[in-house]
Design a binder for this molecule. Structure first.
Ligand code: FNR
Length: 368
């Protein structure tokens, strides 16, 4: 269908499934084990309801915000998703170009199909980009990647901490077996033998030995804000704040890692409560992000109300370019803009600062 008949972010998924290469669909859509966490990610938002305010003069509404000190046209960023060319020949460039046009921040993945420099070069003057980091067992390689990113103007380093080993994504594994017989391509492109156990082999370069002891080293090699991506409980969020990091992403990797991990929005409630008790929240120097299953501006507004600075959106953007290229991503952002305008009016919040905890009823998400 023509793009103007696409009315919401769910639509892109249905169309991508029908039109994109099967291998790409398997990689993008798959999640760990029985995909329970993947489903829960979006469903968790259904348990939170609004408490709108009236007569607030919402003639003008403004949903622009600041993320890690950088301007963003909305409280949403494009999160890191690997292997962009499985969906479209221009891969992640579709995201960079659309993000630049609309003032949205893109997080560049370590395992992008396009080269890092290609994606930085494609950014407009003043366009903000973040970087997602998988930490290599060889720290010299990681140091080079991080310092190169900083030199190229990257404004935030998101270290993925939920993937010491890649999860089993069976839809994707089956596809790879069919394609390559006994040899499976791992995410860095090297051929591995499936008999060694594909999940283990695929994650071979990522260091499962990464620990809190490494944090001071990261802080010593870069001045970029450092954020841990994949925090799943308040204890680790408190440790991150106490370690002097600049934030956490409450995320289960789009349901692709530990099945039965909780959704980010559910984790947010306990994290904010624990940080508040310790006078660590609110704190402009320690920001909380959430990702997983965000498909509507209402989902975003719920997370903002509960204390998130911004949320990451993954699959909708990659489905959008898999089906329509850069224009699909632009349409995706425009739809979110329309949804923000209407829903900010309907909840009675002229600006993002007005989206406060009392605007939601999250009583079904208990703090333990
Ligand atoms: C991801 N994600 C991810 N995260 C990361 O830290 N490094 C990576 O390389 C990838 N790669 C990746 C590939 C694909 C195809 C998907 C779908 C996801 C996880 C991603 O950053 C984010 O946590 C989730 O995608 C958010 O969930 P939604 O928006 O996709 O539901």
């Amino acid at each position: 269908p023509p793009l103007d008949e696409i009315l919401n972010l769910h639509d892109f998924e249905a169309i991508a499934r029908a039109v994109m290469p099967e291998k790409g669909w398997a990689y993008y859509s798959s999640a760990a084990d029985d995909e329970i966490t993947h489903r829960e990610n979006h469903l968790a938002y259904h348990r939170i309801w609004f408490r709108p305010r009236i007569l607030r003069d919402v003639a003008k509404v403004d949903w622009s915000t600041t993320i890690l000190g950088q301007k963003s046209s909305m409280p949403v960023y494009i999160t890191a998703t690997a292997l962009g060319k499985l969906g479209h020949p221009d891969g992640e460039l579709n995201l960079t170009r659309a993000a630049g046009k609309f003032g949205v921040i893109q997080m560049i993945p370590t395992l992008a199909s396009c080269s890092f420099d290609e994606l930085v070069d494609a950014a407009l003057e003043g366009q903000t980009q973040f970087m997602q980091l998988y930490v290599n067992k060889d720290r010299a390689i990681t140091k080079r990647i991080v310092q190169h990113a900083e030199a190229r103007g990257i404004k935030g380093l998101f270290i993925t901490v939920d993937a010491p080993q890649l999860g089993r994504r069976e839809k994707d594994m089956r596809m790879k077996f069919e394609d390559t017989g006994s040899a499976v391509q791992n995410e860095t492109g090297e051929k591995v033998n499936k008999n060694e156990g594909a999940a283990r082999a695929i994650s071979s370069f990522i260091d499962p030995g990464l620990s809190w002891k490494d944090i001071p080293w990261f802080q010593s090699i870069t001045k970029m804000p450092i954020i841990l991506k994949g925090v799943q409980c308040w204890e680790d969020a408190v440790m991150a704040a106490e370690a002097g990091l600049q934030g956490v992403v409450l995320s289960n990797h789009g349901g692709r890692q530990l099945d039965f991990a909780r959704s980010g929005i559910e984790i947010l409630v306990e994290v904010v409560s624990a940080l508040r008790e310790r006078n660590l929240f609110p704190n402009p120097n320690f920001q909380i992000f959430v990702d997983g299953g965000v498909r509507r501006a209402t989902d975003v507004l719920k997370a903002i109300a509960l204390g998130a600075t911004a949320v990451g959106v993954g699959r909708p953007f990659i489905y959008a370019y898999s089906a329509y290229g850069q224009e699909g991503v632009e349409r995706c952002i425009s739809i979110l803009n329309d949804e923000f305008e209407m829903n900010m009016r309907l909840i009675g919040a002229p600006t993002i600062k007005d989206v406060v905890p009392a605007m939601v009823d999250a009583s079904s998400i208990a703090v333990h």
